[in-house]
Design a protein around this ligand. Structure first.
Ligand code: FAD
Length: 373
């Protein structure tokens, strides 16, 4: 059976490899000139590895996902830490922990019980039983001052939404810590980076006699005629000609620059809490495996995807879930088609971490193979 896979990111790569290993002949196309989707990385002129589409930190508790990927790469351990740069110029740990609170309020809270009691006094009662919007959720958990300092300007520039308009699910992903834990993903037992980068990992996944790849080739409907089945990771609304309306995405412009004047922070990633145009900076030379011969960093400027060459990064989740309702209309159309399945972040209009997209893809492709045998 000949199968077309649209998109050479994680979703497309997993489908391709498992299909190929099961005797299917797979053609992969991607409109970009490189494989690896948004995980694509490269060495800059000084030899520092840069992730072209923003820092990608692999973290998971899913051993099966990790074992599957480990067939194609060695790993290096890396525990990610982030700092926030306050409008005053001071740096604090992020997500908010006890040190952050002590620093912002000039306190000396010494244990978890004191922090919990402090935040209880700071916070306001929820306006609804289970808050659907980010403002209500945050005010109810950390109070107005911390909400307005760490989340309000950041949300506006990242999402172009007020906290009242943003789904609480977006900020629920960011825990509040009562202790001094400052790792970004403390509950994930696996925290690593691929030893030779993501692009090399993808090269190994795609290395199979039953897989052919064509890059720089955007999908066209006519292509479907040559294949028995299509797995498609392009934006689902674009596939259907935006017939129900466009699904919005936020995008990011990355500005690569010299990091020599970055102040006293030692974190790989620094988030800006101010109301300027930029959200964060990544110091690539601080990631493992890099010799700090050059101090290159990238600074992120969020924007609408239409202002960045239709580069779709983050599906927008509003408190009223209106875009999830719009997505469901496209999904219903897709379900009527017998020979196509939409996969990955833009095919299913959801933010997925790498381990989640690998897991979903492994489950999906195995289901497909057993259904056609
Ligand atoms: C800024 C940023 C930072 C992130 N950081 C992390 C992180 O630290 N940890 C983590 O676990 N996850 C992170 N992620 C999530 C991670 O990028 C995704 O989980 C992963 O890339 C999803 O894979 P995918 O295959 O669904 O999509 P993609 O990687 O986007 O791949 C889709 C591919 O399809 C191609 N395509 C689209 N339309 C067409 C078309 N019409 N014709 C042909 N080709 C097409 C695209 O060019 C692209 O290469 C981050 C995401 C972003 C945006």
């Amino acid at each position: 059976m000949r199968v077309l896979v649209v998109g050479a990111g994680f979703a497309g790569a997993i489908y391709s490899r498992v299909l190929a290993e099961n005797g299917f002949h797979v053609s992969v196309i991607d409109r970009r000139s490189h494989i690896a989707g948004n995980c694509y990385d490269f060495l800059d002129l000084s030899g520092v590895r840069v992730h072209k589409y923003g820092p990608h930190l692999f973290h998971t508790n899913n051993q099966e996902v990790f074992d599957w990927l480990s067939r194609f790469t060695q790993w290096v351990e890396y525990e990610h830490r982030v700092q926030a740069k306050l409008p005053s110029g001071a740096f604090t740990p992020l997500p908010i922990n006890r040190l952050t609170i002590n620093s912002v309020f000039d306190l000396k809270l010494s244990d978890e019980a004191e922090v919990i009691e402090f935040l209880r006094k700071e916070s306001e009662p929820y306006k609804t039983e289970r808050p659907g919007n980010a403002a209500d959720y945050l005010n109810g958990n950390i109070g107005k001052l911390l909400t307005d300092l760490f989340f309000r300007p950041y949300t506006k520039k990242m999402w172009n939404l007020n906290l009242e308009e943003l789904s609480s699910s977006v900020v629920r992903r960011i825990p509040i810590r009562y202790d001094c834990e400052d790792r970004y993903f403390p509950s994930d037992k696996i925290q690593v980076l691929p030893e030779n980068g993501y692009t090399a990992l993808f090269e190994n996944i795609f290395q199979h006699d039953n897989i052919e790849i064509k890059l720089g080739l955007p999908f066209e409907k006519d292509f479907e005629n040559d294949f028995s089945y299509v797995f498609n990771s392009m934006a689902i609304d674009e596939y259907f000609g935006f017939s129900f309306g466009a699904l919005p995405y936020r995008s990011i412009k990355f500005h690569l620059c010299d990091a020599s004047d970055s102040g006293s922070s030692t974190a790989s990633v620094v988030n800006y809490t101010d109301s300027g145009a930029y959200t964060r900076e990544t110091h690539w030379y601080r990631l493992p495996g890099n010799v700090a011969v050059s101090r290159v960093k990238s600074v992120e400027e969020p924007c609408d995807y239409r202002d960045n060459n239709f580069e779709r990064y983050y599906p927008v989740k509003t408190a009223d879930d209106r875009y999830q309702a719009l997505y469901k209309q496209y999904k219903q159309e897709a379900d009527k088609r017998e020979n196509i399945n939409f996969i990955g972040r833009c095919g299913t209009y959801q933010y997925l971490d790498m381990d989640q997209v690998v897991n979903q893809s492994l489950l999906g492709v195995r289901r497909f193979i057993s259904s056609v045998r």
